[in-house]
Structures are given as structure tokens and as C-alpha cells.
Design a protein around this ligand. Structure first.
Ligand code: 0O2
Length: 250
């Protein structure tokens, strides 16, 4: 007999489950969810690998330039609801294999930098590493989205080393300045993906705020350059002064 609808199916599932001993139910659930949990764990490992790479770069560059180019790093694993929604929206099957095959942003690493130039320097240094393969690059800083969104997005593949195998995993890396992140986080709260009617004045003002944030980035970067140049000149002056006064005689 074919089941008429999901209510029938639900009732049947409940009946069957009520007759199974607790232990068997737990084994059953485990067997269904294990492959998904394993895959999510691999993505977590890939995020750890990528996060470590950025921490290493931050440490090294901070010695070289006397400041940290990275303000903070955030990692996130896409939620089961978002995964299901995205697969459905794109017409892909809801299976563990399909997640790995069709989605690039299950593992997300967001690198918040001080200045726009830090973003490109870090992205270049990261992509030069021989275990990182670039799959896709979207530069929304050079070409912001029509709503004003700015960020540099990379989809990369990186290996994770498990006890018995090496696995290649995809990770989405988003680079933003504090100002880009501030705008994107608030815009996300105000509008992004909400089924709102088109509110022209809200869109326009959000776009203006994005432009203000871009101007602030440019000004701050300019100030940083001026300060760096002034510090370098001062340092050179004091070295010249030291050389003129010659070695100390006793
Ligand atoms: P969440 O909740 O941040 O994970 P994709 O579906 O990712 O393959 P898409 O959407 O063209 O293809 O990718 P894109 O443009 O690279 O954007 C992916 C992510 O960038 C989004 O992830 C957001 O995090 C961020 N993003 C893109 N556009 C905007 C925007 O206009 N405003 C804000 N605030 N964030 C944006 P998710 O999965 O959509 O959401």
C-alpha cells in the first residue's frame, strides 16, 4: 500500500520507532547521521588548517612591519538548515555526497584586516602556499556588488591529513577590512536575504553607507602610509646622527 501523504508516513515512522528498543533507535539514527557528521568534522579540520595558516602569516608579517595586518579571524560551519535550503534552491539532491560536490562554502573563514592593502598582501601570500589550490576568486573590492557590498572571496582547496588518508577539502575565505565587515554585518541584519518589499530609500542609504565605508578605508590607509613614511624618515635621521657622532671614545 502506497502512503498517501507525509502525515501517513510520519505516523508510520512513529509507530515503527515506538516498537524499536531504545538502543536500536540510537543505532539507526547514528547510521543515518554518521556520514554527515564525519563530513562536517572534515570541514572543521580544513577551517583549522586555514586559520592556522593566517595566524602564521600574521605572526611573521607583524615582525616585519611592526604591526598586525589581521585584526581577527572568524570561522563558521554552514548550518544544516542553510545547507538544505541552498541545495534545494539550486535543485541539487539532499545527500551528503551532494553537499561535498555542489557547495563551496560549508567551511567559511573570514579574515578581518586593518587596511585594504593588507587584504591583497595576505591573499597573495596565502595563495602562494603549495598546498593551497585556488578554485574561484571574486573581488568585490575592485568591483563592489550593486548594493555596495565589498569583500574579497576565495574558494580554495586544501588537504587535511587524517590518520589513514589525505582528503582535499574546499574552504571559502572572505577577506574584509574592519569597515567592510562592519557594513556587511549590519546590512546582513537589516536586509540581506530578507523577503522585504523593495525599499528604495533603504537601499539607497545602505549604498551610501557602503561608499562612506570605502572612503574611510582609503583615508585610513593614506594616514597609515604617511605615518609609516614619517617613522622611516625619523629612523633614518637618527641613524645618520649616530654615524656623524662616530664611535664612543673612552
Ligand atoms: P552566510 O550566512 O554568510 O553564509 P554561493 O551561493 O556562495 O556559491 P554567491 O551567493 O554568488 O554564491 O556567492 P558570493 O557572492 O561569493 O557570496 C557568498 C557570501 O558572501 C554570502 O554567504 C555572504 O556571507 C557574503 N555576501 C555576499 N553578498 C553579500 C551582501 O550583499 N551582503 C552581505 N552582508 N553579505 C554578502 P551566504 O551563504 O549567502 O550567507
Amino acid at each position: 500500500m502506497a502512503l498517501k501523504n507525509s502525515t501517513d508516513r510520519g505516523a508510520l515512522e512513529r509507530l515503527l520507532l515506538s516498537r524499536l528498543p531504545r538502543k536500536e533507535i540510537s543505532t539507526l539514527v547514528q547510521s543515518y547521521t554518521q556520514p554527515y557528521r564525519e563530513l562536517m568534522s572534515y570541514y572543521r579540520c580544513a577551517m583549522m588548517e586555514v586559520e592556522t595558516k593566517f595566524n602564521v602569516l600574521n605572526e611573521e608579517l607583524s615582525l616585519q612591519y611592526d604591526r598586525n595586518p589581521i585584526e581577527s579571524i572568524k570561522t563558521r560551519l554552514k548550518s544544516p538548515e542553510s545547507i538544505a535550503e541552498k541545495l534545494q534552491r539550486r535543485g541539487f539532491p539532499l545527500t551528503v555526497e551532494s553537499i561535498e560536490e555542489n557547495l563551496n562554502d560549508i567551511a567559511g573563514v573570514r579574515v578581518i584586516c586593518s587596511f585594504p592593502s593588507d587584504i591583497y598582501q595576505l591573499a597573495d601570500a596565502f595563495l602562494k602556499q603549495d598546498d593551497i589550490t585556488l578554485l574561484q576568486r571574486k573581488d568585490y573590492i575592485a568591483e563592489p556588488k550593486p548594493n555596495g557590498y565589498r569583500s574579497l572571496h576565495l574558494i580554495v582547496e586544501t588537504p587535511i591529513f587524517l590518520h589513514d588518508q589525505k582528503r582535499m577539502m574546499r574552504v571559502e575565505v572572505q577577506f574584509r577590512t574592519i569597515s567592510m565587515d562592519w557594513w556587511a554585518s549590519l546590512e546582513h541584519k537589516i536586509r540581506y536575504k530578507k523577503d522585504l518589499p523593495e525599499l528604495d530609500h533603504v537601499n539607497r542609504e545602505l549604498f551610501e553607507c557602503a561608499q562612506m565605508s570605502a572612503q574611510l578605508d582609503a583615508r585610513m590607509e593614506k594616514l597609515q602610509r604617511l605615518a609609516e613614511t614619517a617613522a622611516a624618515e625619523q629612523h633614518a635621521d637618527s641613524r645618520r646622527g649616530e654615524r656623524r657622532s662616530g664611535p664612543l671614545t673612552r
